[in-house]
Design a protein around this ligand. Structure first.
Ligand code: GLN
Length: 423
């Protein structure tokens, strides 16, 4: 099946192997019905940034499904498939799950192998899953999680059978969440968050309380620092990761290069080198790279590459990249502290429900601001589950709102249990 990552530069690219997560699903008997649309290389929050087409939200087709993995969320929401995969670098599974009213799970960093996943920002990227229920999502995680020798950052931490854990729960108990301590992150319910979202989260919190848990507010003052730091780190890593897209299929060309080195420039101009995607013919190799990238990459991706290259450049490294890394440590520590007191932290998955297509296309900063709820979790490498928890007005049937539950590393099992009881 072709793989483009939503980018025209990979138009027509046919990968030679399956990603580990996909291979494991196929081996477990899953039928892959297709690949879904996304913002180009995962950069965006609406799926409008795809090089191919705009995906709509099944709840109201004049609205975005969220992003970047909006196609995967939309497909599950429209019941075109039972479950789907996405990648979550800064919220791309959780925010579209919230916009489309489905379950979305971002596993702990390293829980699922990244082998075969197109890299955006390697220190933040994880493969996540969507399902129409927590049970379906748990089923997928049990299959795709676990160590993989093809990804040295994948963890060898035990993989429990998340599904049978859920099956053994008694949902008839009156207080099934007894002894679970839950903290609502105060900073996520303040200014800039839609009133309807705040009230859905508050009623979800009282539902959790009725189920037996202790719910308290917890303050995380460094919460808002995460967003600018994330955009510096993610763009910096992207500027390096995306340098591979130059229109040339290097592993075959290296053989040509070795065999015909003195004539390589001529081979290029005679168009006998192997290519993929949108390679633009040019007389000179550098010109070919430049033109292929100028032509094949979209506006948002180019902007991120420029931002990242700038942040990493010698004169600015300390002021931007290094500082953002320091903020990352701060964010990590504040989560460690809060998760020392609470089993689970909760917040909205996004400050609003799905908005109109085109509403934020001319205002990238407004789009970036919508990631405030999710990016910190990636910076800290933690797992988080999003479950539908309410509706706000909009569309013909209302628009879904998602509740985000954040846990300590490798606590996916607990998050899924609480999510399952909650739904
Ligand atoms: N919206 C965020 C970004 O554009 C997150 C994307 C993601 O998780 N892939 O970077």
């Amino acid at each position: 099946m072709p793989s483009t990552g939503g980018s025209r530069i990979l138009d027509g690219f046919q990968p030679a192997y399956d990603a580990t997560a996909v291979r494991r699903l196929r081996e477990a008997g899953a039928i892959v019905v297709g690949k879904t649309n996304l913002d180009e290389f995962g950069m965006g929050s609406t799926t409008e940034g795809s090089g191919f087409q705009v995906t709509t939200n099944p709840w109201d087709d004049s609205r975005v499904p969220g992003g970047s993995s909006g196609g995967s969320a939309s497909a599950v929401s429209a019941r075109q498939c039972v479950v789907s995969l996405g990648s979550d670098t800064g919220g791309s599974v959780r925010q579209p799950a919230s916009f489309c009213g489905v379950v979305g799970l971002k596993p702990t960093y390293g829980r699922v192998s990244r082998f075969g996943l197109m890299a955006y920002a390697s220190s933040l990227d994880v493969v996540g899953c969507f399902g129409s229920s927590v049970f379906d999502t748990a089923t997928i995680l049990s299959v795709i999680a676990g160590h993989d020798k093809m990804d040295s950052t994948s963890s060898s931490h035990d993989v429990p059978d998340y599904r049978s854990d859920l099956a053994s729960l008694s949902l008839l108990e009156s207080k099934p969440l007894n002894n679970v301590r839950i903290g609502i992150i105060q900073e996520t319910l303040g200014e800039g968050v839609d009133a309807g979202v705040v009230s859905s989260i508050r009623s979800a919190a009282s539902h959790l309380e009725q189920l037996g848990s202790v719910v308290e507010e917890v303050s995380m003052p460094s919460f808002s620092l995460g967003l600018p730091a994330y955009y510096i780190l993610a763009s910096s890593e992207a500027s390096s990761n995306l340098s591979r897209y130059d229109g040339i299929r290097w592993y075959l060309n290296l053989i040509l290069l070795q065999l015909f080195f003195p004539f390589y420039q001529y081979l290029c101009s005679w168009k006998v080198i192997f290519r993929y995607g949108q390679q633009v013919s040019a007389d000179d190799l550098n010109e070919m790279y430049g033109d292929s990238r100028a032509n094949g990459l979209g506006h948002e991706v180019k902007m991120r590459i420029l931002m990242g290259t700038y942040a990493l450049s010698a004169g600015y490294y300390d002021a931007y990249y290094k500082r953002a890394q320091q903020v990352r440590t701060l964010v990590k520590k504040s989560f460690e502290e809060a998760l020392g007191k609470y089993d689970i932290l909760i917040s909205p998955a996004a400050p609003s429900a799905a908005y109109k297509i085109g509403e934020k296309t001319n205002d990238p900063l407004a789009m970036y601001a919508g990631d405030i709820m999710t990016v910190n979790v990636n910076m800290a490498g933690l797992p988080a589950l999003v479950v539908p928890c309410g509706f706000v007005e909009g569309g013909s049937a209302g628009l879904p709102v998602g509740l985000q539950m954040i846990g300590s590393p490798f606590s996916e099992g607990s998050l899924l249990r609480v999510g399952h009881i909650f739904e």
